[in-house]
Ligand binder design. Structure first.
Ligand code: G4P
Length: 524
């Protein structure tokens, strides 16, 4: 990798991966408070990830001005510029989350000390592992009676499949939580709920007698035992292993009490990587290259219901761009001007003049961006690794008022371009089919088609095993299509997809068409 421009070297672009309720909102607020972006934690963000039911989702929609700005938050800290990419917590929106993870260079895994490793975290960690994303883990809610520390570390190792390297260890827990001991510099960070400030005491080591005076004999005994266990049994920290996603530093604390958060941010500033090399279909792109390149990882329509707008979110991969600069839209070969790129800061978004590799900016999308599109300074490139996932639930879209077909088609097109639902044209029918990864997305689709486009639809669910992209030599694809015409459809890019009614039919197709691939994801 080339030497990075100082502006790029200080970028840290990351996401928080957690199960709902682990404390992501609280942690984000503390980050923004440290970044001096907000004066007081506690009133900034809508709980965008609390979308358990559609009615919750709708309420959140009404506050879109807030929830949307939480898509990306940037804040400065200790000489670094942090970009925090929000990830929806509900599993039915996991596609959005997967894509957000393609835009980051590192992730914070937040674990609730009471519940340990939970389902949504496991799923999201799979994506991190696939992409070898460097992970830092924070075990939150140490002020509650949680699981044993060694058990928690075991869960991370065994369930999440990553080696742990505790940077701190707690002394006591729950009501008797005394603080954390920092292994590298032998400091005790005293937990004081009432005073809310963090006292740091330098010790000579875990056997320092002052530890007993400060924390009490019982807790220190227990701590020393863990300390020996952890330092004796676990591998020392190895930055290369961290960067390749094999080993994760672990911190303990309490987000609501703002305890351990500064330490965590410091760790991100020093350990997390600046923008890294990214793959394209032709060559790797180094973030230090002077020429600009970026890809679209998210599209969001109607962020402001008063103005029918669409925003495409770009992750800049190399160089920088200036407001008003012209860039090449590689898929169409068209030159476009980025007239009002926006950055997002807590509640507001603001037009920016310049952005660097690592940054995430929103640009106004007149309707021609797709997720996965690459923009460059002139070179024809295509960033890889922004996948479409095969949906698991399917429905025919039945329009209730035939006069609204234009509105419905527009809505279906736009909402599928956002990537939350996938839209298919069946080969043998004029009725569109939509596919989603989580069923809740159906309700959201129906609600948004009505609220934003004025099209009232019914969704008639189709019992199907799953969709597969059919890829292979043209004559075999044509033969397959002839035989399976009634199950075949085209996706928004015109790619052939087969909706298999059951597993048996899929296995039969695999057997009868050995030259064809039946793919679960499609990379454009
Ligand atoms: P999420 O975004 O991951 O869903 O979690 P969020 O921050 O909303 O936190 C979920 C709940 O856990 C909140 O309580 C929050 O106050 C609490 N919480 C977060 N961090 C800690 C911690 O370190 N210790 C303790 N004891 N609780 C913590 P709530 O009752 O659901 O909401 P609220 O009334 O506090 O806003």
């Amino acid at each position: 990798m080339t030497t990075l421009h100082p502006e790029i070297a200080k970028r840290r672009t990351f996401a928080i991966v957690s199960h709902p309720d682990a404390g992501k909102t609280t942690m984000t607020e503390k980050f923004l408070w440290y970044g001096k972006v907000i004066r007081e934690a506690g009133h900034v963000r809508a709980k965008s990830n609390r979308s358990y039911t559609v009615s919750d989702w709708m309420k959140i929609e009404q506050q879109r001005g807030i929830s949307v700005s939480s898509s990306v938050l940037n804040f400065p800290f200790e000489g670094c510029q942090f970009n925090l990419v929000d990830t929806p917590g509900h599993q039915d929106f996991c596609e959005d989350t997967y894509r957000a993870l393609t835009a980051v260079d590192a992730a914070l895994v937040l674990i609730d000390s009471v519940n340990g490793v939970e389902r949504q975290t496991i799923k999201l960690m799979d994506v991190c592992r696939m992409r070898k994303t460097p992970i830092i883990t924070f075990i939150n809610k140490m002020d509650l009676d949680g699981k044993d520390v060694v058990d928690l570390l075991d869960e991370i190792e065994n369930i999440l499949g990553i080696h742990t390297c505790p940077f701190t260890l707690p002394i006591g827990y729950g009501k008797l939580f005394k603080g954390v001991y920092s292994i590298a510099d032998h400091t005790l960070h005293v937990f004081n709920k009432e005073e809310g400030k963090q006292e740091v005491i330098q010790l000579s080591g875990p056997d320092d007698p002052r530890l007993v005076e400060l924390c009490g004999e019982v807790y220190v005994e227990e701590f020393r035992h863990r300390y020996d266990l952890v330092t004796g049994a676990m591998d020392p920290f190895d930055r290369e292993r961290y960067l390749s996603g094999e080993q994760c530093p672990v911190f303990f604390g309490s987000a609501t009490n703002n305890f351990g958060v500064r330490q965590l941010l410091n760790a991100f500033a020093t350990l997390a990587p600046p923008p890294m090399v990214r793959e394209t279909s032709t060559r790797p792109v180094d973030p230090g290259e002077p020429k600009f390149s970026a890809f679209v990882f998210k599209i969001q329509a109607n962020m402001d219901p008063k103005h029918r707008d669409r925003t495409a979110f770009l992750r800049i991969c190399s160089g920088s761009f200036q407001r008003g600069g012209k860039v090449l839209h590689c898929r169409t070969g068209r030159e476009i001007r980025l007239s009002a790129p926006t950055a997002f800061m807590a509640k507001d978004k603001e037009v920016i003049d310049c952005a660097w590799a690592g940054d995430i900016v929103g640009i106004n999308d007149p309707g021609f961006f797709n997720i996965g599109d690459t923009l460059t300074d002139g070179e024809s490139l295509h960033f890889t690794g922004v996948p479409d996932f095969a949906p698991e639930f399917f429905a025919r879209v039945i329009l209730m008022n035939p006069l609204k077909s234009k509105q419905m088609n527009k809505g279906l097109d736009q909402l599928s371009e956002e990537g939350a639902t996938q839209l298919y044209s069946p080969c043998k029918s004029a009725v569109s089919i939509v596919g989603v990864v989580g069923e809740l997305q159906f309700d959201v689709l129906k609600f948004r088609l009505d609220a934003e486009y004025g099209a009232d639809v019914a969704l008639e669910k189709i019992a199907a095993f799953g969709a597969r992209w059919v890829v292979g030599p043209a004559p075999e694809v044509a033969a397959f299509l002839r035989e399976h015409e009634h199950d075949c459809m085209h996706d928004k890019h015109g790619l052939l997809v087969c909706l298999f009614p059951n597993e048996y039919r899929l296995n039969l197709a695999v057997k009868n068409y050995p030259e064809l691939k039946f793919q679960k994801t499609s990379e454009k």
